[in-house]
Design a protein around this ligand. Structure first.
Ligand code: ADP
Length: 224
């Protein structure tokens, strides 16, 4: 079993049984293999964020199965799901969501402390990650003192802090100007390839999607 992510027949309905009921996912299935980078392309409102949240164990489907690194997580307790999410899944959003009162370094150290890593080891890893994305000189700066591209690079480091097997990204460069978006995307792909990560990256940008291994689309609640 080489799949890092496996979604089988995922259904998600919001406001079930009410007039405002929305069937967002209607039997969506998808696998991401080890070291594979998959682009998830769909118009706004098609359910990309819902699918990513379910894949990252932040939300549960109404039916269907989710497996991470070969383990079926569907029936696990919240505690076990949280442990798998912390250790195996990294998230990147369109906005960096860094904690404003902490430095770049601390933003990468904190998730490691929450995962039981000792502070010194966590700091060493954080500095190494910042060096890899070219932001080492900004380690002691707070997010407000960083450019948009730098903020997003730090957010990449935070997502990789605990050495996840799976990276989930929702429009990771969608908030940046086109030129910055391009170089920041290159950085992300370099980081993913160097670490052998598997990734599912939602984007509207077909030029970026074309640089990934495979493109899947979300249409009428299914992956095609
Ligand atoms: P995307 O990321 O592709 O833009 P989303 O997954 O955010 O799409 O949303 C898909 C659909 O589900 C949209 O029509 C949205 O309005 C609806 N939706 C998302 N979250 C909720 C919620 N918590 N309650 C009700 N409807 C929701």
């Amino acid at each position: 079993m080489n799949d890092v992510l496996r979604l089988e027949n995922i259904e998600k309905i919001y406001n079930r049984g009410k007039p405002a009921q929305v069937s967002v996912l209607q039997g969506a299935s998808l696998t991401v293999g080890r070291g594979e980078v998959v682009a998830l392309v769909a118009p706004s409102g098609a359910g990309k964020s819902t699918l990513l949240h379910i894949a990252g164990l932040l939300d549960t489907p109404d039916s269907g199965r989710v497996s991470i690194v070969g383990q079926d997580v569907t029936a696990l307790s919240d505690r076990k799901r949280t442990a798998i999410r912390r250790g195996q899944v990294g998230f990147i959003y369109q906005f960096h969501h860094l904690l404003p009162e902490f430095t770049a370094l601390e933003n990468i150290v904190l998730p490691q402390l929450a995962n039981g890593i000792a502070r010194t080891a966590a700091q060493t890893r954080a500095r190494d990650l910042l060096g890899r994305v070219g932001v080492a000189a900004r380690a002691d700066h707070r997010p407000a003192e960083l450019s948009g591209g730098e903020q997003q690079r730090v957010a990449f480091c935070r997502a990789l802090a605990n050495g996840p097997a799976l990276l989930l990204a929702d429009e990771p460069t969608g908030n940046l100007d086109p030129a910055t978006s391009d170089t920041v995307f290159e950085t992300l792909m370099g980081l993913v390839r160097d670490t052998g990560l598997s990734a599912l990256i939602a984007t509207h940008n077909m030029a970026l999607a074309a640089r990934m291994d495979r493109i899947v689309r979300l249409q009428a609640g299914r992956v095609v």
